[in-house]
Structure formats: C-alpha cells, structure tokens
Design a protein around this ligand. Structure first.
Ligand code: MSP
Length: 528
C-alpha cells in the first residue's frame, strides 16, 4: 500500500553515538552497518524510518586526547566527526540524523531533562570514591579490574582513583520498577544472554551513580551548580532525544518527543549494555517519559581473541577495507559470518573465501551464466511465464514461495546470518537445478518451451535472492535488478518502499516478459 509518509507506521533505530577520541574503526562500522540494514529492511516493508547515528564528544577521554594532540576539543571533535560522516558515505549508510553532543540545541534538551529529574528529587550531592576507567568513562568495582587496577576491556589502561564530591542520580529508587519492566517486557533486552546479564546485575542491588565531575571542563555545566561538569554519559544518552528534533524546530523536550519517541530499537555493543538497559530506562522513568522498545547488545569484533578498539590500537581500518574490497563486500562479510549477538574474529583469508564463494561464484556466476543462456536460446528476452504455470512442488518455486517470510522473520530477529543462509539456499538450489536440467541439451533436442521455463525459474530466483539481500548488499542488488530490466535502485530510499514493496517483491514469480533485460556484466569481481 502506498501511504503518505505521515500515515505510515514509524520505526526508529539508533546506533551508539561514537566517541571522537579517534577515527572510526571496524567495530563502530559494524553496529552502523547492522542499523542501516535494519532501516533498509523496514523501509522495504513500507515503514517511515528514522536512522539515528552520531558522535559523543564530551568527557575526559576526549579532553585528554585533544590536549595530547595540542588541539581544542571542539576542533578535534569537528575533525573526527567529519571522518565518521565520510565513512558512513563510503559504506552506503542511509542515516537520517547525525547527532553531535556539542551542538547548542543539545544543551537545551539536556538542561530541560536535568530539571525534570532534579524536580523529582532524584539528584543529590554526595562523595564519590572509586576506580575510574577513562577509556570506558565508567567507575569500576575493584573486583572487575585486572592486576594493577587495569581495566578488563582496555587492558593497557590503568583505572584511576577518584575521591570527589559529585551529584548522584538516585538509581536505587528505580530497582523495583526496572525489575517489573524486564519481567513485563521480556523482549526489552536482547539477546537472551544479555538480558540475563542485566537481570543478574540488577538482582545484586542497584547503587546510585554519579552524574557530574570536577576537574573536567569539557562538557555541559551542571545546571544547578556550574562549578561541576555533567558526566558524559548523562548527556550522551540524551543525544538520542536531541536527534529527534526536526532541523528547524525549537529545542524543547516536547518538540523532540512529539513525532518519533519512543525509539523502537537501540542497537549497541555489549560493553555499553548497563547504560542502555539500566541507567537509561531509569533516567526516563524519573523524567516520566515512555521507554524505548528494545535494546539489542551485539558482540565484539575481535583480533586474536581481543576486542578490537581504538584504545588498544589493534583495529582494522574500515576505510582501507572498503577501498580495497567495496562496501557490499564489507557489509556482507560481517553480517553473514558472525552471528549477531556473539563475538567474531576477523580473518582476511576467510573474508576473501566467503565473498568469492557466495557473491562471485554462487550468486554472480548464476546470473551471468543464466543471462548468457537467455541470450543464446531466447534472444535475450525474459521468457513469458508466470508463477501459476509452475507446479507447487517445483524445486525453485517451492523454496521461493516460503523464502520471503523466512527472511522477514530473520531480519526482524536481527538474525542477519540466517537471512543470508536462507537466501543462499535458493541460490545454490538454482545452480543445482540448472546443472541438472542442462538447458543446453534440451535446446539441442528442440525443447524450446522447457528451456524457457527453466531459465525463467532461475532468473526469477536470482531476482528474489537479490531483493532479499538488498538491505545488506544494496549495490549488488541494484545491479542485478538493473540487469533484469527493473528501474529500481536500492540506494534510493525515496523510491523503494513504493516501487519495490516487500509484499510484492518478496514473493516468487513477479518477473515479467514486458521487462527488457539490461546489459549483462559481472556483479562481483572475484577477490584475490
Ligand atoms: N560514546 C559511547 C556510546 C554513547 S551512546 C549514547 C561509546 N562510544 S564508543 O565509540 O566507544 O563505542 C561505540 C560502540 O562501538 C559501542 O557499542 C561498542 O560496543 C562498539 N564497539 C567498539 N569496539 C567494538 C568492537 N571491537 N566490536 C564491536 N563493536 C565494538 O561507547
């Protein structure tokens, strides 16, 4: 159905707002690719979508990085934020909002939110003592630290002892309300392993946490006491809210929350689960605002088993990877290879093998050889067939008919690897089918009708595969659609939910002889 934007069902999704201590690495790209795939899938389903990403620019970590480089924190943030924007363009990320926590309108939102929580009586002054990891921007329990008070995530960094007067947020007051939330909405935290982690953490009893810092200038002043600076996480989480403001609207909570709140999905890595699944809902409860739909915590990309990270310096440069292999290759590899939610190691040999096997051989060759046969045996015209002319148990039709729903469920569950596997089953079955049917023999025997039927079935299966993979590999899918004679580009988000809605394009048998095939050329160059 072609509804105007205002009447469509809405779907909003966020990536974390990335620290600007350094240029993005592949871990930052991972979450953002996943968020983009979800947004693209929801758009295909006809929803009005808002994809939010951005940068988290305050706090001691950024202040120190800028100092060490002899720059002002703002100039440093500007430069790094621009690096994120460039990478998102290279990776074909169709974001709708890029939220930066240093923009003035964000301060207005933070002040108003602080005031609500203050009026509620949930903020008080007290003494903070403890070990602080500047890289995590988080206090750590002594038992969480490694030998020499090193952080377990940033193993080359020592946590620092702090003893200062800070403002605290009364998290403990929300213990029961949070427990009720997790119980009533079992899907609030996903996957299950993360949910259990949070339940265990909360069951130990929640402690109030400090939301201000002394001796850190780079941040917003605490509205009731400008001698202190707001804790970076207090302002960062609210960056999601600021992002919801229309570009020209006045920065008030009411305006920000009027259209897109509550956010449907916060996509995050597992290291920032507590902030999103415990602190954030409690802050919203305090401010008496509705809660987000769900929080999904994915795993880490690792190198030799260690989390890749800017602080550890063991990262993979996404820009180099995209320049070398292309955006679709990078997007496909990480989503196909790693179960979303679990950790996964990067290995270049495996990267090359998977892409060659799935995209160059199975999918690319299938299209290429089939179009060549259509050229030889059918005058380069799509044979005149429709789905009804195939028996229900036709091997490709039978697979194709149930595939759309299967893949839809996989995307909804963020099981991207399952979506890829399901599509590849059809692609492999198509290759097998064409080998078994051997249209070249039938052609010689004069069985023209049968040849056409076989080729139609395979072309249609390639189309369906391309469509269902389009959220993950939009360039390749667009190219396949072009070669099959469609004028649909999956990178044009204004077009797709209207021109290629899921309800029709995820079915099997829509290819029509009215379409004129485009020029045949390889869709994915083999990698060496
Ligand atoms: N600024 C905070 C988020 C604030 S959200 C309101 C932050 N920034 S971060 O840049 O350090 O991390 C951003 C995201 O990248 C996190 O979800 C983190 O899990 C993810 N990743 C960082 N390194 C990663 C890997 N090696 N692998 C996968 N994701 C990783 O935290």
């Amino acid at each position: 159905m072609n509804l105007p934007d205002e009447r469509k069902e809405k779907f909003s999704v966020t990536t974390p707002l990335y620290y600007v201590n350094d240029l993005p690495h592949i871990g930052s790209a991972y979450t953002t690719i996943a968020a983009d795939v979800i947004a693209r899938f929801q758009r295909l389903c006809g929803k009005s979508v808002l994809l939010i990403t951005g940068t988290d620019e305050h706090g001691q970590k950024i202040q120190r990085t800028a100092e060490s480089l002899g720059r002002s924190p703002q100039a440093h943030s500007d430069e790094i934020a621009a690096g994120f924007v460039t990478l998102w363009q290279q990776l074909n990320i169709q974001y709708d909002r890029f939220s930066r926590t240093t923009v003035p309108r964000h301060k207005a939102i933070v002040d108003e939110f602080f005031q609500r929580v203050w009026d509620k009586g949930d903020i008080y002054l007290s003494q903070q003592q403890g070990w602080y990891c500047v890289s995590c921007e988080e206090f750590k329990e002594e038992r969480e630290l490694l030998e020499g008070h090193r952080c377990a995530i940033h193993i080359n960094k020592e946590a620092e002892w702090r003893d200062e007067q800070n403002y605290f947020f009364r998290l403990s007051r929300y213990q029961t309300q949070l427990e009720v939330l997790y119980q009533k909405r079992p899907d609030f935290i996903q996957p299950e392993s993360r949910r259990n982690e949070v339940l265990n953490f909360v069951a130990q009893g929640l402690q109030d946490f400090s939301i201000s810092r002394v001796n850190v200038d780079w941040g917003f002043p605490v509205p009731v006491d400008p001698s202190q600076t707001l804790y970076v996480w207090f302002d960062a989480l609210l960056g999601y809210v600021t992002a919801l403001l229309d570009p020209d609207s006045e920065p008030t909570l009411e305006n920000a929350l009027s259209k897109w709140w509550p956010i449907n999905l916060h996509l995050i890595g597992k290291d920032i689960l507590r902030f999103h699944a415990v602190y954030w809902p409690a802050m919203l409860m305090s401010a008496e605002l509705p809660l987000p739909g769900r929080v999904f915590g994915h795993g880490f990309l690792t190198k030799d088993g260690q989390k890749m990270g800017k602080s550890l310096g063991n990262t993979l440069d996404p820009v180099a990877l995209v320049n070398r292999y292309g955006a679709d290759a990078v997007r496909y590899y990480f989503l196909k290879e790693i179960e979303f939610g679990k950790d996964g190691d990067f290995n270049e040999t495996r990267f090359i093998n998977i892409l060659n096997a799935d995209l160059a051989n199975d999918l690319g060759n299938l299209l290429n050889r089939t179009l060549n046969m259509v050229d030889k045996y059918c005058d380069y015209k799509i044979p005149n067939y429709s789905a009804e002319e195939f028996k229900a148990n036709h091997p490709l039709k039978a697979l194709g008919l149930s595939l759309g729903e299967q893949v839809r469920q996989a995307y909804k569950a963020l099981a991207f690897n399952q979506a890829c596997d399901a599509v590849l089953t059809l692609v492999r079955a198509s290759n097998k089918f064409i080998d078994e049917q051997a249209p070249w023999k039938m052609y010689k025997q004069g069985q023209q009708k049968v040849v056409e039927q076989v080729l139609y079935a395979v072309l249609e299966s390639v189309r369906l595969a391309a469509y269902l993979l389009s959220p993950i590999i939009p360039d390749i899918a667009s190219e396949i659609y072009k070669q099959l004679g469609f004028v649909i580009n999956f990178n044009d988000k204004t077009q797709i939910s209207v021109a290629a809605p899921f309800t029709t394009h995820a079915a099997w048998g829509i290819l029509s002889d009215k379409q004129k095939l485009g020029k045949c050329r390889p869709i994915f160059q083999r990698l060496e």
